[in-house]
Write a protein that binds this ligand. Structure first.
Ligand code: FMN
Length: 308
């Protein structure tokens, strides 16, 4: 990787197509790459709404990396064919999802504990010559040494990069970052490694880049959507600069949902999570009013209190 990449992480329920589009537009192409939340097979079918997310016109002109989650070669093939059929030549493989129902079935981080299945995936990856693959993973399911069992397989795979979150699945999204094991994995891999975990300020991006060939930012984007723009400018924005852009980002996404969804309940269900990580930016009072709003009219009044 010639230039270090700054990527926006996939987050189910948050970084779907409208968020990615308006984030990139309002913060001037902030992320070099946006990764889609995982596309999955559910009840034997590929989820339609997952495919809609990557085929939305909001993705045009942006560097979107679609991600899939799979338990075996059959799911892998079906998902790859569907994503390739949607016109994509690159696919990220989820080997990090920590949710127990998925892990137990061998999906996400569960794949780290199933080298036999992973071996079959390696052959398949290497047979799809026209598709560029990448992996996003954790260090293990319960122990941060478990990655060792899959390093040779990962090195056999034709991969563009491997994104590593230095936790185990059992930790979910909190607790210690296992940096020694992260460095061991990074050094053992023959692929470029993107660091992912707890990047919450522009200065954290510099630290992350010192650990790898790129930085991928998850919750930091939701809590401080300007984080990459500030880093690129080499200057931290003040409160009102940050807030002004947050409100523009919100307006873009809200207007889209209001124009395309039917009824207050649907609109509120889709838009309220926008604020989940933003309480420190908008204050407790507005945050509570937004969460409590039971109609779009009340919601809009609640949002208006942010600038009161
Ligand atoms: C609500 C939520 C949804 C997530 N969905 C996905 C997903 O679909 N695919 C994936 O690879 N990681 C997913 N993640 C993990 C993030 O991409 C990222 O690896 C993790 O949050 C650690 O990075 P951070 O500390 O910058 O947030 C999700 C995380 C959160 C909090």
């Amino acid at each position: 990787m010639e230039n270090k990449i700054i990527a926006v992480a996939p987050m189910q329920g948050y970084t779907d197509a409208p968020f990615r589009h308006f984030h990139s537009a309002i913060y001037d192409g902030a992320g070099d790459m946006y990764c889609s939340p995982f596309i999955r097979v559910e009840h034997g079918e590929i989820r339609r709404r997952d495919l809609r997310d990557i085929t939305s016109e909001f993705n045009s002109g942006m560097n979107l990396l679609p991600q899939i989650i799979f338990r075996d070669l059959d799911e892998f093939r079906r998902l790859v064919e569907a994503v390739a059929g949607a016109g994509y030549g690159k696919i990220d493989l989820n080997m990090g999802c920590p949710f127990p129902p998925q892990v137990k079935k061998g999906r996400g981080a569960g794949m780290i504990l199933n080298p036999a299945e992973l071996k079959r995936i390696v052959s398949a990856v290497n047979s799809y010559q026209e598709i560029h693959f990448s992996v996003k993973m954790r260090l293990g399911v319960t122990s941060p040494d478990e990655f060792r069992g899959v390093v040779p397989l990962l090195n056999e795979m034709r991969l563009e990069h491997v994104t590593v979150h230095p936790r185990v699945a059992a930790q979910q999204y909190g607790g210690e970052l296992y940096m020694a094991q992260y460095e061991e994995l990074r050094d053992a891999l023959s692929h470029p490694v993107i660091y992912n975990g707890d990047i919450i300020s522009p200065a954290d991006i510099n630290a992350a880049l010192s650990h790898g060939d790129g930085a991928m930012i998850g919750r930091g984007i939701l809590a401080r959507p300007s984080i990459i723009a500030e880093w690129r400018e080499g200057r931290e924005w003040n409160d009102s600069e940050r807030l002004e852009k947050i409100l523009q980002l919100h307006a873009g996404i809200f207007d889209h949902y209001e124009a395309t969804l039917c009824g207050d309940a649907q609109i509120l269900m889709k838009i309220k999570p926008f604020w989940d990580y933003l309480e420190p930016e908008i204050g407790h009072k507005s945050f509570k009013l937004i969460k409590k709003a039971t109609s779009v009219a009340k919601y809009q009044s609640a949002v208006a209190t942010i600038t009161d």
